[in-house]
Design a protein around this ligand. Sequence first.
Ligand code: PMP
Length: 539
Amino acid sequence: MNSNTVKLSYPLSAVVANVMKNQKPMHADSSPVEKLAPLPNAHDNILTTIGNTPVVRINKLAPEGINLFVKVEAFNPLGSVKDRAALGMIEAAEKDGSLKPGQTVIEATSGNTGIALAMVCAQKGYPLVVVMAENFSIERRRLMRYLGAKVILTPSTRMGSGMLAKAADLAKLHGWFLCRQFVNDANADIHTNTTAKEILRDFPAGILDYFVSGYGTGGTLKGVARVLRDESPATKIIAAEPENSPVLASGIAQSFDANGDAIGSHTAFKPHPVQGWAPDFLSKLTQDVVTDELIHNIVPVSGTESLKLARQLACQEGIFCGISGGATFAAALHIAQSAASGSNILCMLPDTGERYLSTPLFDNIEADMSAEEAAISATTEGYQFSRAASSTAKDQPTVEDKKPELICTEDERKLIEGIVEDALAPIVIFSLEWCEFCWSAVKLFQALEVDYRTVHIDSRECRQYGTTQEIQRALAACTSSSTIPQIYVAGEHLGGCTQTFKAFQNGTLQLKMAYTGIAYKSGLELDPQSLLPAWTHPR
Ligand code: PMP
């Protein structure tokens, strides 16, 4: 995409000589303005720096005999693969006239597309409105606002489809240009014209054996896979997706309306920690990849593996990527285990790790000095602190608590009672595997050093009792609250995360535990709000 070969129309030395003689530049008075011709190595504007991202060999983490490479999309100016899509969609709309000069652009996005659109719109002069679910990392919203965009938040409980519906409503009412990245072919076309061409240039003559990518909108997968099928037919296309949300692997069809928009959530969807991957519906662009039979293999990846491998890429290869990069890399390693010796594998790393400072990727990465670091400091005398700084997060969280549907069969009630009245496990936390509020509640019981039982209602083990939605409905009927987590102590319902924190703060939780003979760490001084996800702390 870069066009660096423009020639100067007059020699640079003449300009320099002019300045040296302290003369007025030619355009400083009323004489005709002569624009400086483009410099051969300078970009005309930021947008021509998009694309041409490097392919980097993996050294320590690759299995013996396998040539494993990553394509590092963090090298794009705003740090993600979506810089390509944003430019592609805006320029296609300019070309076909659907976007008018100065018209407001709007899009629903988990963040990277919004940040990329904010850059493109800032450069081209379009106002931008981004609609985003509240649970995506705070860094993302602040970046978009910093770049001049307006950010409208939607409740996390309404998931990806909720933010999409909100963006469509706003676009319709105000006459704004809606990008529709999940449906818009310009999103895939830019990958056909840039990403795929770069891959063919870097892996010439069909030497690439595997191309590994996740999918969000499916733009990368569709745009690259169709080119590789035609121009490098021996390359196998590997699609990675969250293990607990097997939307592709389930083979269950998604319904679409006449515009190509998905209707409702996909039944195999579950919340997962890989931001930017697999929304709660299968997009039209991803469906196209399935329909065209472009995928050779689908690799499931767990959330834990995704986080682990993102960290390993950082610590062992110095390659800094986000959670989806770790997830895609986990899938690539899985392929590498059974690939023939000498195989060439390319793995997409969609964005930079810097976008995840407030997420589980940075859990246990402290801001304060550890005991080990303090000990290093203490080896010389000066410049030490008298005591460590303490955390001061005190803001109250807001947890949406919808009216529950109070229906539950006799069998369901008995099942829940059986779980919560088990004398061997008196503390029970009903949770979702990747729910950050559930983790916060768990952290409190860990800090209290008590044994607890978590029942992940979206786990495979719970399938025998019904779907996640069915179990959640039954739980709501028993607890009169539809939020997750729900916590029981010795058969008695305590409440959700907020109520549990309150019970800890006013001592009733400790009293209940003492009364029922549950040993816990007494005198624990902890502000439970500090256990909540960072995105709930207003700034
Ligand atoms: N990873 C991240 C972090 C993303 O933001 C996205 C885009 N939603 C993807 C992966 C998937 O890319 P695509 O939309 O092209 O499928």
